[in-house]
Design a protein around this ligand. Structure first.
Ligand code: HEM
Ligand SMILES: *[C@@H]1O[C@H](CO)[C@@H](O)[C@H](O)[C@H]1NC(C)=O
Ligand SMILES: *[C@@H]1O[C@H](CO)[C@@H](O)[C@H](O)[C@H]1NC(C)=O
Ligand SMILES: *[C@@H]1O[C@H](CO)[C@@H](O)[C@H](O)[C@H]1NC(C)=O
Length: 495
């Protein structure tokens, strides 16, 4: 390209602009002693390049230098990061109300998704309505009790599929595969660092094409969901009353009765809510079970202990039921310890400050983005002894739980925005892990030591193991492989 005088002029102009802004912005930062400390950052881009590929880890290891809360500038977005149990206590006890708004990634505005959604919904009357609907009508023990049989069926399918060594998802259902495909892509797009979010001025450009892709894939998923919901609506119209109601029945009933201002719940909103439950629930639960298995394989003593407990409480002649969970304290401890070390959503969902606020002696301006680093809090050396080791026993004599009251263990968050699926996830993870352990024996192959197991993380919607257990072409990957069939409980070998 030729350098024309005007282009040259432009470059000089830009350079001098940067040269002018750079010292200015640094001076402003220095004078502004009221912000939390943080790495200095680049002009314009701020700390975007400081985050690395696994931001929650990078931010954890920055701690000794900057302390429990830090300040980042991500493009033009001010960001407060909470990294210790003490800072989290302060946030959720005294400032939850002001910090309970969300920031919506630009990509999620397609199909008006953000306007019907709970997880990325702005704090306001619509959000309060659907939140109340979920906590009071759907995620309550009474309703969850009514749907025990659905989860039973899923677990039975999973066990059978492992026995037969076939793919977990029913290969006959083309639509099911299409749906999971589209959802996987949606997860990928929503996990991509978004230039538009760092520089809202660039929104209309969609420089990475993320929004266009999102529009397509979210559209596919939404269409499949809407077909499914409409089918159910037809069935209901025909008066096929079911003995037991699932979540969709509850939702549709709520919409039809129009109680509690539910007139605002449109058909589209029902699709979005159902989609959201799939989206928020499957990857997170799946990854938690995967991490629990990986930790148990690395810690044979814990594996032995948890299987002994299952043998003692359940015995060889029956399946594990959800109601057994309360009698399985060691299993519960294993899951708490797994969620402490591997919270599926390590930075939770970004919150947004609705007003300027004094927080721990710092001034946090309105519209600051807030990241609560659950991964770092679970490893907070001030809150945990030997924080990097997997020791389920630490929970046996402790009352610490993950229901949002103990601020050193926040895999589901806390406060007004705490995970709405907590009770469901609690049931599913315990039932699934217990069933997998009770039905099969799992072990590392000969010549593999626990140290060989790859425990690296990869980013996505929920953090996953870098090498999933089911990937067979890698050496460290472990694959479930049946080695013996004649037992009632077939032996599985993990290679
Ligand atoms: C192991 C499983 C799960 C983990 C670790 C998890 C974690 C989280 C976290 C950290 C948040 C943000 C909390 C905050 O901002 O304070 C959240 C929010 C949410 N979760 Fe979960 N979750 C799990 C399972 C589920 C399930 C099964 C569902 C639904 C079926 C679900 C639905 C939601 C929704 C709708 C929100 C947004 C709530 C709001 O913004 O008001 N999650 N979850
Ligand atoms: C749900 O079921 C459990 C165990 O079957 C029972 O202990 C509990 O009381 C039930 N809860 C409700 C609200 O029905
Ligand atoms: C960033 O922006 C793009 C396009 O606008 C979007 O698709 C993507 O999901 C965003 N990333 C994040 C992390 O929000
Ligand atoms: C759960 O994760 C495993 C391994 O990453 C994957 O093969 C499986 O399909 C996932 N299941 C669901 C329901 O997403």
């Amino acid at each position: 390209m030729e350098i024309t005088p005007s282009l040259l002029f432009l470059q000089i102009f830009l350079l001098s602009a940067v040269a002018l802004i750079l010292p200015l912005s640094q001076r402003r930062r220095r004078r502004n002693g009221s912000r939390p400390p943080g790495p200095p950052g680049w002009p314009v881009f701020g700390n975007i390049f400081d985050l690395g590929t696994i931001p929650h880890q990078t931010l954890y290891f920055l701690r000794p230098k900057y302390g429990p809360v830090i300040w980042l500038k991500l493009g033009s977005v001010n960001t407060l990061v909470i990294r210790s149990a003490k800072a989290a206590t302060e946030l959720f006890k005294n400032h939850d109300q002001v910090f309970c708004d969300r920031r919506c990634p630009d990509s999620m505005t397609v199909h008006n998704y953000n306007q019907g959604a709970l997880a990325i919904g702005r704090y306001g009357s619509y959000w309060r309505m659907i939140r109340r609907l979920c906590t009071a009508e759907i995620m309550v023990n009474r309703r969850l009790n009514e749907t025990v049989y659905l989860r039973r069926k899923c677990i039975d399918n999973m066990i059978q599929n492992i026995e037969k060594d076939v793919e977990i998802r029913d290969p006959r259902s083309k639509e099911g595969r299409e749906f999971f495909n589209a959802m996987g892509k949606v997860a990928e797009w929503s996990g991509k660092p978004n230039i538009s979010d760092f520089f809202p001025v660039l929104k209309w450009l969609d420089p990475q094409g993320i929004k266009r892709n999102m529009e397509r894939d979210l559209g596919i998923a939404m269409k499949i969901i809407s077909k499914f919901v409409k089918q159910r609506m037809e069935e209901k119209k025909l008066g096929e009353e079911m003995k037991t109601k699932d979540f969709l029945d509850a939702l549709l009933e709520y919409q039809r009765e129009g109680k509690d201002g539910a007139g605002k719940l449109t058909e589209q909103n029902v699709f979005i809510l159902i989609l959201e439950m799939f989206f928020a629930g499957s990857e997170t639960s799946n990854s938690s079970i995967e991490w629990a298995m990986a930790e148990l394989l690395r810690h044979p003593e814990s594996m032995r202990e948890v299987k002994e407990e299952l043998d003692r409480v359940i015995g060889p002649n029956r399946k594990v039921e959800e109601s057994d969970t309360e009698n399985l304290p060691y299993l519960q401890a294993v899951i708490k310890e797994t969620l402490r070390l591997h919270p599926a959503v390590p930075l939770m969902l970004p919150r947004n400050a609705m007003e300027e606020r004094n927080f721990m002696g710092y001034v946090i301006p309105k519209d600051t983005q807030i990241w609560v680093n659950a991964w770092a809090i679970g490893r907070d050396p001030d809150a945990w002894e030997d924080p990097f080791s997997f020791i389920p026993e630490r929970f046996l004599s402790s009352k610490i739980d993950y229901k949002g009251q103990n601020f050193e263990l926040l895999p589901f968050g806390s406060g007004r925005r705490i995970c709405v699926g907590l009770l469901l996830a609690h049931r599913v993870i315990h039932l699934a892990l217990a069933s997998l352990l009770h039905h099969f024996d799992w072990e590392l192959p000969i010549n593999t030591t626990p140290k060989d197991l790859d425990m690296n993380e990869r980013m996505g919607m929920a953090i996953r193991k870098l090498v999933p257990r089911t990937e067979s072409n890698s050496q460290e990957a472990c694959n479930i492989r049946k080695i013996k069939d004649d037992d009632r409980r077939p032996q599985y070998k993990v290679i």
